[in-house]
Write a protein that binds this ligand. Structure first.
Ligand code: NAP
Length: 255
């Protein structure tokens, strides 16, 4: 019988993993999305959308759906769902593995200012008016209403509705990956003097970091949240290997 896998997604890697597992007969995969983005991307496996209703709701779902393996392939800043996943898996005795995308590390030429959160980023921008590129999710950008002296260029996947209460804000709708040369063009044409971003890791959104370095522009980076310690892989390929080993071991135990 196929082993039932729930992938907690919302990332490119979750989608890629689902694609790699989709045709197999030894696993039955469902992908779970928070459901905040209007996602036009066609997904290769059954999808469920929306929160579970906290750790208890997730526990109920895992039991109702007889999930054998939970794969936490959420965004590195989605700490709430990652904590719930680790806690519920341990209590319910469900196997868990996480995709932990390595963080970007500074290289010579980077001008990074590390901050704890959106409010920290606002403070780091200072009093003097600047031209700020906000490459953050919709959830974090509300903090910047506290600093209306700056001019903002705000990029998001879905429209920011309602728009922020800011006198000078330009909205750009786009979905990554973003190429370094396009990011350089954006930073130059918009006369950006500071970028605010998360340390997402991976190649898809690194272009703005490389572009800022090239142009000598400061990057205010939100620190990554603390994530629970669970078995982890750093890439989709590693995750597939981990899952194959896990399948071998459950077959051997006759589970
Ligand atoms: P979060 O604080 O971990 O999640 C908040 C709640 O959303 C969770 O407790 C859960 O609700 C629900 N949720 C999150 N991911 C889910 C999934 N895959 N399936 C079902 N429910 C899910 O994180 P967040 O609020 O989503 O995002 C925090 C940061 O991560 C932001 O910076 C955001 O821009 C970034 N991010 C998140 C995603 C994503 O898909 N979550 C994607 C890209 C970037 P219940 O407690 O009700 O189960």
């Amino acid at each position: 019988m196929a082993h039932r896998i729930l992938i907690l997604g919302g990332t490119t890697e979750a989608r890629q993993l689902a694609g790699r597992l989709a045709g197999r007969t030894d696993v039955a995969v469902t992908l779970s999305l928070a459901g905040r983005t209007v996602d036009p991307v066609v997904l290769p496996v059954p999808v469920r959308r929306g929160g579970f209703g906290g750790a208890q709701g997730l526990a109920r779902y895992l039991s109702d759906e007889r999930i054998d393996l939970l794969v936490d392939a959420t965004h590195p800043y989605a700490a709430g769902i990652s904590r719930n996943a680790a806690e519920v898996a341990s209590v319910a005795g469900v196997s868990i593995v996480a995709l932990r995308r390595p963080a970007w590390m500074p290289v010579p030429g980077d001008r990074w200012t590390l901050v704890e959160n959106g409010a920290g980023a606002v403070a780091a921008l200072g009093e003097k008016p600047r031209r700020v590129f906000l490459a953050l999710g919709r959830q974090e950008i509300a903090d910047f209403e506290a600093a209306p002296q700056h001019a903002y260029v705000i990029r998001s996947v879905d429209p920011v509705e309602p728009p922020l209460n800011l006198p000078t804000a330009t909205y750009i709708l786009a979905r990554g990956p973003f190429r370094e040369e396009d990011e350089q063009e954006l930073l130059t044409s918009q006369r950006i003097d500071v970028v605010v971003a998360k340390n997402s890791g991976g190649a898809a959104t690194y272009g703005k970091i490389a572009a800022a370095r090239e142009l000598g522009i400061e990057v205010v980076l939100l620190r990554r949240p603390q994530l629970p310690e669970v078995p982890a892989a750093a890439s989709v390929a590693e995750l597939l290997d981990w899952i194959d080993h896990w399948l071998d071991s459950v077959e051997k135990r006759g589970v």
